[in-house]
Design a protein around this ligand. Sequence first.
Ligand SMILES: Nc1ncnc2c1ncn2[C@@H]1O[C@H](COP(=O)(O)OP(=O)(O)OP(=O)(O)O)[C@@H](O)[C@H]1O
Length: 342
Amino acid sequence: MRVAPRACMMDNMITVERLSKKYGSKLAVDDLSFTVPDGVVTGFLGPNGSGKSTTMRCILGLDAPTTGRALFTGTDVTGAAYTSQPFAQLPNKPSVAGAILDSTWHNKARSGRNHLRALARGAGIPDTRVEECLEQVGMTDAAKDKIGGYSLGMKQRLGVAAALLGDPQHLILDEPVNGLDPEGVSWMRTTIKSLAAQGRAVLVSSHLLSEMQLTADRLVVIGRGRMIGEYTMDEFLADGTVVEAEVPDPARLLAALGPRGRGADVGKQGVVRIPLADGADEATLRGEIAAAALREGLLVTRLETKRENLEARFLAATADAQEYRTAGVDQADGSDADSGAQ
Ligand SMILES: Nc1ncnc2c1ncn2[C@@H]1O[C@H](COP(=O)(O)OP(=O)(O)OP(=O)(O)O)[C@@H](O)[C@H]1O
């Protein structure tokens, strides 16, 4: 159905500009600006009630922003380019953006196929495309059954099929792995990554942070409606990463490291802990430590990277922005060790 070849679609983008949304006196989204570029998965993280779903609805024009805007850039199904346009003003919307926002809206009495056909017909999309999408999400065999009898995982797959009907260049997926079993989660991850790899701009929210760590390339982190930061996944995780080196004379190693050892400390049993800061590369830092030890004639008996996982970094980054807290529950320890003896 699409006339513009995929190869021409490498400049899709959503740009959120100073977006705010008030419900009565509640400021749900407060001056958010970020981008969702094509070709990668942008994870959208924030504690409960931080404004993720509201932002996604505003991006799609389902809620009117109080101030600010969300703009789409790409090429639609007819091959017409659009630059920095609000979704509501674009023709051929199904080819611009597809979404999973709420998996509870399905008409239970309809079959999966008829549900998709109704959506497709409303958008001028042929039934052949419905069959393609059913096939893509592995639902061809179950398509004749009523949605009321579907498991949550089947409903989520149907939601993905619905989002893909118009072969959209932008995808907005709110909690797509909610309630999925491990096989379903793994399927969703592979699907989301491959949709981004095809050149689409993909924004996905999830509270399943271990999964987000495997899926997202970039992160937009918000708290209480406000921006905490926009990062690559590596940048976000690097902040909590240290390389530990075990040597017979830690003070000499520290001195030999010079400015590179800034922020380092000597922990228990004389282990030197050097932070991976300022966007430094882990392999480079490990090489510098090994070279400094060699120059000093120090035997390194252990060189180990201690990396915080996404959950620990997320909890640290949003500590001041948690609206709902559980009393008396410790936060996750969250450190992953990745060792390599020298
Ligand atoms: N239609 C609405 N009317 C009034 N308040 C609303 C409405 N929708 C959302 N809110 C409020 O706006 C704030 C942000 O809600 P939102 O659902 O966007 O957060 P979220 O980050 O998606 O949360 P969660 O992770 O729990 O799904 C919350 O305080 C919520 O109660």
